[in-house]
Design a protein around this ligand. Structure first.
Ligand code: WTA
Length: 711
């Protein structure tokens, strides 16, 4: 107890800024020269073309990367803020842009290379011509058998198989809105989203490979039907792809008249071509559900023209994609990253995009590098969590394989400078530019990043604002934080941009409330300048205009009135040599309101004892941030509870630390660790006399939702 009180009084010595931002500004790392000449952005004039005074014309450069049936009359209609409409009057079709228009020049080139998880199965190559055939046939099935019309919604609950992008592009061809629910989510989550989208058709699969097992997936469709029914939606048709042709690997029974095997229906549509619908630019291409601070998942509604322009332009300049590259984004298409940067952006550019069915470390941590070597991948895109995982399990694996990346990107979380350096030296072999891409589901594409061969990299910073994006940071009171002051605040986008979602599906009010209300000073204003878009992250801008992202504003732990970014605590912990992964959670505390507890997982073959490492972690945090942030406990755990997409479920460990309900753990990738961690932590806490606390309703709620936005 003594140190708690001491820290509480000492806290006054620490300024808010010191606490909010601890990552030292790192030195620039210059990108390798080798690939600069071939880069799409290899000439500084691009920065001029996209400067703030060129708004909104600058984005025409992105729109012109597409093929339009009819050119737009107006670049952006801002007359009804914040419902901005891009390329008004323009007409186009997304599947034509991603498939048909490449047939002449690249018909026999690979559009997609699909790598099944079982390593003895050969990768499957799908040329643009083959993709065109499959998209058309599935579109014919949807149109004739399901009777869908433009702007109807079709829900997918699909794993990482080629049928998923085929189905997406088939919907796009018909002007139908697709809504893919991440395959790892439960059937219940899927059904809820069907209810929200009022979608009566589900596309799913019987089973898929994960970690060496053929996992039953169709079983979730039964749950989805029930959940949708509760929302007042009766599922009419379930189209079931089969993972292994001719076999059925699910316990779920096919329901006559409702469930259909796609491979039994498709022969009727063999060779059929479907006329693509000419869609308005501001029509809806898809919904992507995402969770917010409270309430139900929101359907981020993305447009055909604006979205496709934005992801194509950013894929071109930030990922440096050329048609003859072999590009691998190691994400799941069930997330926005997969939509924008596995499917739409890369295919619109006519490149070869790689999809991998399984987990990164199956059967071992050399798998990704064997795939890269075998396929000749030259652009690699993944999340820091995957980088950390691969570093933990196979730190020496990359060196064993002969692949060569020109660019590597990261997305989804800040990357700790230490992890960045391993990525740079070991994965990239010091030869690839690293692009840290910061953005979110709602924004369609990148907001902050470096142009790979033009702008130097700075580990831990995502970089300056993306082309044509004007970022601004506000403080609590809505005042602009001056550039370079090093003060943390709420990062917003000042101007409209084409990739932004149109609205929250069916909830315009919620759209305004969540993203605009806080920093809009006049709700009647018709001037877009009065409508900054609140991204939901805390951030700091350095003098050079590079941004450091501190994490979701709801991931902040308030200790004795001071806000501590969970990411900062975690990155401090990870600086300790033995630590592979770290997560910070709040624990309610009588004296300080809340204190921090750290959970850490160790690298393999660590010789130091748990207690010794825990001490080092505390010391490191104290060193990096200050005494105020010293964790109450540091728990060494065998593994972090994680979502299927690899994000740490902080609410689960926060629940354990607070002796509170951990909530639903059924969607975890590793639910078995929860009991293990609970037994260890809670018995230890009892022994230390850290008694079970009675939490108020509000506190319980806070724990339950802690970190939810980053799941
Ligand atoms: C976080 C994923 C730091 C951020 C594209 C954001 C990042 C949330 C980065 C959105 C990055 C994403 N550096 N943080 N490069 N990229 N984030 O909607 O907190 O799944 O608000 O979109 O992820 O997550 P979402």
């Amino acid at each position: 107890m003594a140190d708690t009180t001491q820290a509480a009084t000492e806290g006054a010595e620490y300024s808010e800024d010191q606490i909010a931002v601890h990552w030292r500004e790192e030195e620039y790392v210059q990108p390798p020269e080798e690939f600069k000449a071939q880069a799409n952005a290899n000439d500084e004039s691009i920065l001029e073309r996209f400067s703030a005074d060129r708004f909104p014309e600058c984005f025409v450069e992105y729109a012109e990367l597409l093929t339009w049936d009819k050119k737009w009359d107006e670049i952006v209609d801002t007359s009804n803020p914040p419902f901005f409409k891009w390329f008004v009057g323009g007409r186009l079709n997304a599947s034509v842009n991603c498939v048909d228009r490449h047939l002449e020049s690249r018909g026999e080139e690979n559009a997609i290379i699909w790598v099944p998880e079982p390593e003895d199965s050969e990768p499957v190559e799908i040329t643009y011509r083959e993709l065109h055939r499959r998209v058309n046939e599935f579109a014919a099935l949807l149109k004739e058998f399901c009777g869908v019309k433009p702007q109807d919604r079709v829900t997918f609950h699909m794993p990482m198989v080629v049928d998923l992008p085929v189905a997406m592009l088939a919907c796009a061809r018909l002007g139908v809105i697709h809504s893919e629910v991440f395959g790892g989510f439960s059937g219940h989550a899927c059904g809820q989203r069907m209810g929200d989208a009022k979608s009566t058709i589900l596309v799913t699969m019987d089973a898929y490979y994960r970690n060496g097992d053929l996992v039953d997936h169709k079983i979730k469709a039964d749950e989805a039907v029930e959940a949708a029914r509760k929302e007042g939606i009766e599922v009419e048709k379930i189209l079931v792809f089969r993972r292994i042709p001719g076999e059925y690997h699910s316990q779920s029974e096919m329901v006559e008249g409702r469930d259909f095997f796609v491979d039994e229906l498709l022969p009727q549509y063999s060779g059929q071509e479907v006329e693509p619908e000419s869609m308005k630019a501001e029509d809806t291409l898809f919904l992507m559900y995402t969770s917010g601070t409270t309430g139900r998942p929101k359907g981020a509604q993305h447009s055909v023209g604006g979205y496709l322009s934005y992801v194509t332009g950013t894929s071109k300049y930030y990922q440096d994609i050329h048609p003859d590259d072999t590009y691998w984004c190691f994400a799941d298409i069930g997330w926005i990253t997969g939509h924008s940067y596995i499917v739409y952006g890369p295919l619109a550019l006519g490149t070869t995009t790689v999809m991998y069915e399984g987990v990164p470390t199956y059967p071992d941590a050399g798998r990704p590098w064997r795939i890269a070597e075998k396929l000749g991948v030259d652009i690699f895109h993944t999340a820091p969590t995957t980088v950390r995982m691969l570093r933990k399990v196979g730190p020496d694996e990359p060196a064993k394989y002969d692949y060569h990346f020109k660019t590597m990107t990261t997305v989804g979380e800040p990357i700790e400078p230490d992890v960045w350096r391993w990525y740079w030296k070991v994965v990239g072999k010091g030869q690839a530019a690293i692009t840290d891409t910061w953005w979110m589901t709602e924004t369609g594409g990148f907001l902050g990043s470096t142009l790979p061969f033009l702008q130097p990299m700075k580990p831990g910073s995502c970089g300056p604002e993306a082309l044509g994006i004007q970022l601004v940071i506000y403080d609590e009171n809505g005042n602009e934080i001056p550039k370079g002051s090093g003060k943390a605040g709420y990062i917003c986008v000042r101007n409209p941009w084409p990739g932004r979602m149109l609205t929250v599906w069916g909830q315009d009010e919620r759209f305004i409330d969540t993203y605009y209300k806080r920093f809009n000073k006049d709700s009647n204003s018709k001037d877009w300048r009065d409508w900054p878009f609140m991204c939901g992250d805390g951030a700091v801008e350095a003098e050079d205009g590079y941004f450091r992202i501190l994490g979701r504003i709801d991931d902040v732990i308030n200790v004795a009135g001071h806000r501590l970014g969970t990411k900062e605590l975690e990155s401090a912990a990870i600086e300790v040599d033995e630590v592979a992964e770290a997560a910070a959670v709040p624990v309610f505390d009588d004296v300080r309101g809340k204190v921090v507890e750290m959970y850490i997982a160790l690298k393999p073959n660590v010789s130091a004892g748990d207690e010794e490492v825990a001490k080092k972690v505390s010391a490191q945090i104290e060193r990096d941030i200050g005494k105020i942030a010293r964790p109450k406990n540091v728990w060494v755990v065998p593994d972090m509870p994680k979502t299927r997409s690899g994000k740490i479920m902080r609410r689960v460990i926060a629940g354990i630390s607070n002796f509170a309900d951990v909530g639903d753990v059924s969607t975890l990738a590793n639910p078995e660790v929860v009991d293990q961690i609970r037994d260890h932590v809670q018995s230890e806490k009892r022994a230390r006399g850290e008694d079970v606390q009675e939490l108020s309703k509000h506190e319980e709620e806070e724990i339950k939702t802690f970190g939810a936005s980053s799941e």
